[in-house]
Design a protein around this ligand. Structure first.
Ligand SMILES: [Zn+2]
Length: 466
């Protein structure tokens, strides 16, 4: 068997690993590569293998850096099944169409800019919403914990990864020329005690493993502390009669925040303050969550069953904003109130309007609840720059800025080490992917310290034989 690491090698983005077994090619994940524009265009529009020769794709979870290049794969001729859990299929339905729309808008923007500069307008979207719809028909859902055949001699099983709804680690039982072994692909490993989600399953009896390494150097604060910090910040801002603006990813984090607020209000830790979720995608993602209550952890499932099926975790002061008019009307609302809006790093979407309207007022709070990439508007605000630019204009940042890091959906260093150490009695080789070089080096050293000898981080497009 061969494994070639075509993405998320020495970096965190563009997850894509190609397996060759028994004359069949199987792809694990097909994520969008996000980075410098020219490189991203090249990487996302060129596959290092022939998509029409691929037998099947196995997808770990719905995040765009794992699923976002599937429409390109289908556009270039892939016609095989795309295996994923039910919830991942449902989330991809919204995420990939949304991503197609973003690709179209980006190309339009670049062409408009080129026109202004008198340059040729030859930018084309990587894929369109229509391409995404075509790709979605190849999705084939599978349940957790139930083995299924991916190709002759290859049986796969999804296990809960506890990272976002539907997220899975994949175990492949391979029979290759009379030799049998078990290969695991961790996907993104989540955390224990995250809101809504079940805890990650620790895999056992694995021979070879492809493992994520996002946080090889650091641990996060526990989710319980994040909840207490959240409650305190809400109370402080209410006392100032201010507004709380929360940039959030529309899928996953937005639903977790609504759930946290529902718990806090239910437990009377905060008063029933008006909460507006201003993101059409978050609104649609919420319906996917409610369709998969069976995947919630016990506390969330109990809460869900106590409520009416169509308003799980809803509370009377929660409102989803749909139209642009309703979104604009929020400017006239007096605080205290909470606005949760996308995108998570403030690079696009309605959040930019809410920031422009609210960051000049010291009574307000901007609450950062997820990692902000360098150079994004979200990072500039998290770094408390005195001035930021939004829509080409300069705004003074006078609002309070608070960061809560306890909601991260990624395992911290200690859990990564624990996850791998459980495999120690049997594991022969560990391939570290989905981490920046510093993190890969640190995690490799930590695993060797635990007595796991053969640990390495493959280079991009490197092939290994097992
Ligand atoms: Zn992920």
């Amino acid at each position: 068997m061969e494994i070639t690491f075509h993405g998320a090698a020495q970096t965190v983005t563009g997850s894509q690993h190609l397996l060759g077994v028994n004359g069949h090619k199987i792809l694990l994940d097909c994520g969008l590569y996000q980075g410098k524009r020219q490189e991203a265009i090249f990487r996302n529009s060129h596959f290092m293998f022939e998509p029409n020769k691929l037998h099947a794709l196995v997808l770990s979870h719905a995040h765009i850096d794992h699923s976002g290049n599937i429409p390109s794969l289908v556009k270039k001729g892939f016609r095989g099944p795309i295996y994923a859990t039910h919830a991942t299929v449902d989330l991809c339905d919204y995420l990939l169409r949304d991503s197609g729309g973003i690709q179209e808008n980006d190309a339009e923007f670049l062409n408009r800019r080129a026109a202004k500069r008198g340059e040729p307008q030859n930018f084309e979207p990587l894929y369109t919403e229509e391409d995404a719809k075509k790709a979605l028909q190849y999705f084939t859902d599978r349940s957790y914990d139930e083995p299924f055949e991916v190709a002759p001699g290859v049986i796969a099983t999804f296990y809960e990864a506890g990272h976002i709804l539907g997220s899975a680690s994949v175990v492949l039982e391979v029979e290759d020329k009379g030799r049998k072994f078990r290969l695991a692909f961790s996907g993104d490993i989540g955390r224990f005690n995250l809101p809504i989600l079940r805890d990650p399953v620790l895999l056992r009896d694995i021979d070879y493993v492809i493992m994520e390494s996002t946080y090889g150097t650091k641990n996060h604060r526990p989710p319980e502390e994040a909840q207490a910090e959240f409650a305190a910040l809400v109370k402080e801002t209410i006392a100032r009669r201010g507004k709380i603006i929360i940039p959030s990813f529309a899928v996953g984090r937005a639903q977790e925040l609504v759930y946290e607020l529902s718990r806090l209000i239910g437990a009377k830790q905060i008063p029933p303050i008006p909460v507006y979720v201003d993101s059409p995608l978050a609104d649609r993602a919420a319906t996917v969550f409610w369709a998969h209550v069976g995947l919630f952890d016990e506390e969330a499932r109990t809460l869900a069953l106590e409520n009416h099926a169509d308003e799980v975790f809803g509370f009377s002061s929660l409102k989803y904003i749909r139209s642009v008019e309703e979104s604009k009307a929020l400017n006239d609302e007096k605080g205290p109130l909470i606005i949760i809006s996308a995108s998570g790093m403030c690079e696009s979407g309605r959040i930019r309007h809410h920031l422009a309207n609210n960051i000049g007022n010291p009574r307000n709070t901007v609450l950062i609840v997820s990692w902000q990439a360098p150079d994004t508007l979200g990072r500039q605000i998290a770094d408390r720059r005195p001035e930021v630019r939004i829509f080409g204009e300069t705004y003074k940042l006078k609002a309070q800025v608070a960061t809560i890091n306890g909601y991260s959906g990624h395992a911290g260093r200690d859990l990564l080490v624990q996850w791998a150490t459980v495999l120690k009695p049997r594991v022969k080789k560990v391939f570290l992917v989905h981490g920046e070089p510093e993190s890969l080096t640190a995690l490799a050293a930590a695993l060797k310290e635990q007595g796991i000898e053969d640990v390495r981080a493959p280079e991009l497009h490197e092939t290994v034989e097992i």
